[in-house]
Design a protein. Structure first.
Length: 54
C-alpha cells in the first residue's frame, strides 16, 4: 500500500514512527511525520487520521 501523511493533520504524536520506523521519519524541528517508504503494513494507525493508504 502507498502511504501519504497530511501535514495539516499531523500533530507529531509519533505512533507511526514507533510502529513503522522504516516507513516514517520525524522532523527534528516540529516532530511531524513524513512518509519515507512507498509501502507500509495496512494495520498502521494514526490518532489524527493524518495517514492515508491507497
Amino acid at each position: 500500500m502507498k502511504v501519504r501523511v497530511d501535514p495539516d493533520r499531523c500533530q507529531g504524536h509519533t505512533p507511526c514512527s514507533i510502529n513503522a520506523p522504516a516507513a516514517f521519519e520525524l522532523s527534528d524541528v516540529d516532530g511531524h511525520a513524513t512518509a519515507i517508504a512507498g509501502e507500509v503494513p495496512a494495520d498502521q494507525q494514526c490518532p489524527e487520521r493524518a495517514i492515508s493508504l491507497a
